[in-house]
Design a protein around this ligand. Structure first.
Ligand code: GLU
Ligand code: ZN
Length: 300
């Protein structure tokens, strides 16, 4: 059985924004979307949008369409058809079959509570047993732990070695595909060369690098933009009820997002149309100016 995924030659920059439809686009996700868009366009690249709808219980009705509408309202137009992860199950299953046949994964019945007792890091309890029972999860045999990597904004990122070595879940006990698996499979499937996304994914990147190594493919370049945090220090997110961005007057939020990204838009820009602002931002985009940590704290 051959690997059902082929690596594309990296002849052109291909970036993407990959929101989960668990809520509307808020200011933090606008910063991420804008950064990935600008980096792609400043590099004459292609920019894609992928809806990561693999977790139906966390999905908010109508959110996918609202996210796409908001991106259009901000003139962040994608270059190819939107990919929905809910349409990719066949490919994920083929990859899981491939791992199973090549002894690169095993079934696991352990509960969260059992793993907690063992110190919170999975110790490979089911590796020898490899029992396939209804309600099992699947773990990857981690042959290529990624302890550190180079990030274009954050510099050298060092991960917790114990976590990096863990045999992690690639299919959950509830039958849902793990984010780590789906994201890497689709980034390879779509030929993504550069990933610009929020710093909340700095640690999970280690697992994604492990998956690239397992496939034997070249990983993309990573650039993790700073997160916008609330006054209490929490990440601005759908979970803490961050308000949706205003789709009727995008200029104000765009300028604020450019400030967060260290691009220092001059005052004269304030009267420009949305498209003119975006054009200015592409022309002046510099990844080197993006700060590691955001200065802006979100206040309601
Ligand atoms: N779907 C993920 C999220 O909304 C982002 C995935 C990624 O950019 O790799 O948090
Ligand atoms: Zn187990």
């Amino acid at each position: 059985m051959a690997l059902p995924l082929t690596e594309r030659p990296n002849i052109q920059y291909r970036g993407r924004f990959a929101p989960s439809p668990s809520g509307l686009l808020h200011f933090g996700s606008l910063v991420t979307a804008l950064a990935s868009y600008l980096d792609a366009k400043a590099n004459n690249g292609v920019w894609l949008v992928r809806i990561e709808d693999i977790d139906p219980p966390r999905e908010q009705q109508g959110a996918s369409k609202a996210i796409l509408d908001a991106l259009e309202a901000y003139h962040l137009f994608w270059d190819e058809t939107v990919l929905y992860q809910s349409q990719q199950s066949k490919l994920y299953e083929q990859v899981l079959d491939y791992f199973a046949q090549h002894q690169q994964s095993y079934y696991c019945q352990c509960t969260r509570a059992m793993i907690k007792v063992q110190g919170g890091i999975y110790q490979g309890h089911c590796k020898q047993l490899n029992n396939e029972k209804a309600g099992s999860g699947t773990r990857l045999i981690n042959q290529y732990p990624a302890i550190d990597y180079q990030d274009l904004i954050q510099g050298k990122v060092v991960c917790d070695p114990a976590l990096a070595k863990e045999d992690f879940i690639i299919k959950r006990k509830d039958g849902l595909y793990a984010y780590q698996l789906a994201v890497v499979v689709d980034d390879i499937f779509q030929g993504i060369t550069n990933i610009v996304r929020g710093c909340d994914l700095l640690e999970p990147t280690a697992r994604q690098l492990t998956l690239y190594q397992t496939f034997g493919y070249t990983p993309p370049q990573y650039a993790h933009v700073p997160l916008i945090v609330t006054e209490e220090g929490y990440k601005l997110s759908k979970q803490n009820k961050a308000p949706a961005i205003d789709v009727n007057s995008p200029q104000k939020s765009l300028i604020a997002a450019l400030h967060v990204l260290g691009q220092k838009p001059p005052k004269e820009l304030h009267d420009l149309s949305c498209q003119a602002l975006i054009d200015w931002a592409i022309k002046h985009w510099s990844l080197d100016k993006v700060p590691k940590v955001a200065e802006l704290v979100w206040r309601e």
